[in-house]
Design a protein around this ligand. Structure first.
Ligand SMILES: Cc1ncc(C[n+]2csc(CCOP(=O)(O)OP(=O)(O)O)c2C)c(N)n1
Ligand SMILES: CC(=O)[C@@H](O)[C@H](O)COP(=O)(O)O
Ligand SMILES: [Mg+2]
Length: 592
């Protein structure tokens, strides 16, 4: 047997030269390669370890990239990247200037579709399969690999419903490991459990009912079995489902035993699997934990409070509420559209609903926000987690559009806390009762306050604050951008500092117009700073205000330029966008 098979493989054509009996050894090497790099560079671990055999089998059996392989979400595609020309640069995964953590069309011809948000693979592969038919490419194979949590999403169902009435060469591989990031939920999960227990024959087969040729469930870690099934299915026409059972985190004991943590574990010891020790320094809390703990605190007194998350209980810390009040907290699975309208339904019946959704994933539910919530003035309380630049997940995940996409909708309140007190106080205020829906956006990660459990204080809706008064330049910030601005101001000389006023706008809607009049009347120059796209957010609203009231002061808008920022650390990307404290400092100096 060869010493290291992986070293002989750059592209799938090299893989296809390896004998089938050597493939289990290759699977071992590929796992070790992934573990060794992710242990120090961080990233999504469990999902990629779980599909090592499947990845090898797919590139072994199919003629990729001519045959088309689409990964759903793409967080499981590390093995795919390594076997398709990116082994030598895999250590740059998710780093500034490095390869993306998700399949990306610009990166490789093997990445047939850009992903990051879930449940798109079947639609995309079906589109490609129909295109092949229209072009007369009859031998081409189209494969979508989708997880058990992602296939439960509305979009995946829409695609299955369509595909089932086509005669396309489409193979859907259902990678069933019974978990998403958190344990999978819902009736479909129960159905998969039943299928696994009884065999597909005993249960009515949902895929066959949708006109798919169904095979499974089979052991997805049995390479020879997977290869033989893929070879067989290559010659079966029409839409097909191959249901494989895998273990998330396969091959690393801790990752198998603690699948939630090892979804994306941060740094760990590649040999033992132990997580890197946490720093002993006392740090401010994560906004997520402030949200989760504050919600429990409020829900203890207010029994009308309900919590909702679409599939992110751990990430959002809604888990705290699920543990404390299981009957009042719902993980609805990867179903952002449903989460929003479900929240609206509950709110119409007098419940006080906190619906926590990552900013980037709320994009999925835009119509529900407009049609089911704002148009009807239903006072749902939305907590938009991961607002602003999120870092290493990159372009698919930055929460940089919410200010713009919400700003243009009537009948809503849009607030961004600059610190933990502000988050707690607005949550308190919202559950006391508002006339309109409110969107509270805050970033991934830590706040700034060590003692954050302040007694609640009601927030006056639509009221902005001066954090410091000045004489020449007014800096208007929203959310945690106030902290970047404060750091920048700190770097100025005392004389310069006195010239700078700083306003925490807090509410993008409704805006504090009386404070804006004060700003435009007393300051020569206005600089706005937001951790969102420059088109349509804070800066745009300030410009509209100035135009409406005929103010002529120069206004400079700092924010994420009109491009998709890639991946890197939050500070690197803020620097790139011109909203880091250093870049703000340079900007201030220019005006002073
Ligand atoms: C629209 C959307 N909502 C939420 C997420 C966050 N998310 C990423 S992976 C994941 C779980 C996916 O589970 P599954 O499809 O079973 O794949 P596995 O991780 O088990 O391989 C979730 C909820 C996302 N990427 N996209
Ligand atoms: C692949 C995916 O969408 C999630 O795993 C996402 O990366 C989670 O982000 P957080 O780590 O910020 O919760
Ligand atoms: Mg899964």
């Amino acid at each position: 047997m060869q010493e290291n098979i992986l070293n002989t493989i750059k592209f799938p054509k090299d893989l296809r030269k390896v004998s089938e009996k050597e493939l289990p050894q290759l699977a071992k090497e590929l796992r070790e390669f992934i573990i060794n790099i992710i242990a120090t560079k961080e990233g999504h671990l469990g999902a990629s370890l779980g599909v090592v055999e499947l990845t090898i089998a797919l590139h072994y059996v199919f003629n990729t990239p001519e045959d088309i392989l689409v990964w759903d979400v793409g967080h499981q595609a590390y093995g795919h990247k390594i076997l398709t020309g990116r082994k030598e640069i895999f250590h740059t995964n998710r780093q500034l200037g490095g390869i993306s953590g998700f399949p990306k069309r610009a990166e490789s011809e093997y990445d047939t579709f850009g992903v990051g948000h879930s449940s798109t693979a079947i639609s995309a592969a079906l589109g490609m399969a129909i295109a092949s038919k229209l072009k007369g490419e009859t031998n081409k194979q189209h494969i979508a690999v989708v997880g058990d949590a992602s296939i439960a999403s509305g979009m995946a169902f829409e695609a299955l419903n369509h595909a089932g009435v086509t005669d396309t060469n489409l193979l859907v591989i259902l990678n069933d490991n019974a978990i998403g990031i958190d344990p999978s939920v819902g009736a479909l999960k129960d159905y998969f459990t039943k299928v696994k227990g009884n065999g597909a024959k005993d249960a009515d087969n949902i895929f066959e009912a949708l006109n798919f040729n169904y095979t499974g469930p089979i052991d997805g870690h049995n390479l020879h079995l997977v290869i033989s099934e893929l070879n067989r299915l290559k010659n079966v026409s029409g839409p097909k489902v191959l249901h494989i059972i895998t273990t998330k985190g396969k091959g690393l004991r801790q990752a198998e035993e603690n699948q939630v943590v090892y979804h994306a574990p941060g740094k760990f010891d590649a040999l033992t699997g132990d997580l890197a020790p946490k720093s002993n320094n006392v740090q401010p809390p994560k906004f997520q934990d402030v949200f989760g703990k504050t919600l429990v605190e409020l829900a203890t007194k207010n029994e009308k409070i309900i919590g909702i998350t679409p599939a992110m209980p751990t990430g959002s810390s809604l888990k705290f509420m699920m543990d404390a009040f299981p009957e009042r907290a719902f993980d609805v699975g990867i179903a952002e559209q449903h989460a929003v309208t479900f929240a609206a339904g509950l709110a119409t019946q007098g419940f006080t609903v906190f619906c926590n959704i990552y900013s980037t994933f709320l994009q999925r539910a835009y119509d529900q926000v407009i049609h089911d919530v704002c148009l009807q003035k239903i006072p749902v309380i939305f907590c938009l987690d991961r607002a602003g630049i999120v870092g290493e997940d990159g372009a698919t995940h930055h929460g940089i559009f919410d200010l713009a996409y919400l700003n243009c909708i009537p009948n809503l309140i849009l607030f961004a806390p600059r610190n933990e007190f502000e988050l707690r106080n607005i949550m308190f205020t919202a559950q006391e009762g508002l006339e309109l829906p409110i969107f509270i956006r805050y970033p991934r990660g830590r706040g700034t306050l060590l003692n954050w459990q302040n007694p609640f204080k009601k927030v006056e809706i639509g009221k902005a604050h001066f954090l410091q008064k000045g004489t020449e330049i007014a800096v208007l910030t929203i959310g945690t951008m106030a902290n970047n601005a404060l750091e920048a101001i700190e770097k100025l000389t005392t004389l310069q500092r006195e010239k700078v006023g700083l306003v925490d706008v807090r509410f993008l809607k409704p805006m504090d117009e009386s404070l804006l009049h004060e700003v435009f009347s007393n300051y020569k120059t206005i600089i706005t700073i937001e951790d969102g796209t420059v088109v349509g957010g804070l800066g745009s609203s300030v410009v509209l205000f100035a135009s409406k009231h005929h103010y002529k002061n120069p206004i400079e808008i700092l924010g994420v330029p009109d491009v998709f920022p890639e991946h890197g650390t939050v500070s690197e990307l803020q620097e790139q966008s011109g909203i880091s404290s250093e870049k703000i400092f340079i900007k201030l100096q220019k005006y002073l």
